[in-house]
Every structure is written in structure tokens, then in C-alpha cells.
Design a protein. Structure first.
Length: 145
């Protein structure tokens, strides 16, 4: 299991599936917003990024039944709202779709930013925050879904 997922389960009391889905949503948004060089650094230094992205709310499909279809449709809707653009509404909606409550979002986002900084350095973490400014709002607990 990915280190970040273990931390989210341990520190926030999330179940494994919710932590994986939320992490996948943030990693997918990072993939869509970071430069290819920065994302390559991230994917080389973070365990199972592709596996987590596959568990994100945006990746659900018909083969997962009605729940998967609903997740897939929600992912498309939040992308239309800016989920992959880095806005707090879109990111908050994705985390909410993953099962993370608005009360848990600031802690989850703080842990995610710290995790990225530890794994790939302040430069990539800073680039991520500049491309996904909604993370700062969620980190501060100032945005809702």
C-alpha cells in the first residue's frame, strides 16, 4: 500500500478505499496540471501513482457496475467544473466523490502537499500549488464542495 494512503488511514481515520480514491483524484489532477518533467519526477518517486489514479472518482466505468458508472459520470461533471483545472470547487468535488468529508479535506490536502514535498522536493510541490491554487483553499479549510 502507498505510504500516503497509510498515513491518511492512520491519521485521518479514513478507510483504505476512500484514501486511495482521494489520493488518486489528487494525483490525476497533478498529472493533468504539472509539466511532463515535474510529473515524471513525481511518478518516479511515488509508489503506485498509476494504481491510485485508477481508483480515483474520475476513472470509474461501466465494468464496475452502477456505482462505477456514477463515479465516472461524476468525474466528467467535476472535470467540466474545473476539477482538473485546479480550482477548489472541482478539487473539493472530487475529494467529496472519493468519500472525504469537508471536515477531513484540509487535513488530507495538508498531508498530500507535505507528502509531495517530501518525495519530490519543494520545487515540484510549489509548481503543483501554483497550478492547482484550489489546494491552498482546501488546505486552509476555506473552500467547500
Amino acid at each position: 500500500m502507498n505510504d500516503f494512503v497509510k498515513q491518511a488511514v492512520s491519521k485521518l481515520g479514513l478507510d483504505v478505499e476512500t484514501a486511495q480514491s482521494g489520493a488518486g483524484a489528487l494525483f490525476k489532477a497533478a498529472r493533468n496540471n504539472l509539466s511532463s518533467e515535474d510529473y515524471a519526477k513525481l511518478s518516479e518517486n511515488v509508489e503506485d501513482v498509476d494504481g491510485l489514479i485508477a481508483k480515483s472518482p474520475q476513472e470509474g466505468g461501466a465494468d464496475e457496475g452502477i456505482g462505477g458508472m456514477a463515479k465516472g459520470l461524476l468525474g466528467k461533471a467535476t472535470e467540466a467544473l474545473g476539477g482538473d483545472k485546479g480550482g477548489s470547487l472541482g478539487i473539493g468535488a472530487l475529494l467529496g466523490a472519493a468519500g472525504i468529508s469537508t471536515d477531513q479535506m484540509p487535513g488530507f490536502v495538508n498531508m498530500f502537499i507535505d507528502y509531495i514535498r517530501d518525495k519530490v522536493g519543494s520545487d515540484v510541490a510549489g509548481n503543483l500549488l501554483s497550478k492547482m491554487s484550489g489546494l491552498l483553499d482546501l488546505k486552509a479549510g476555506e473552500a467547500t464542495t
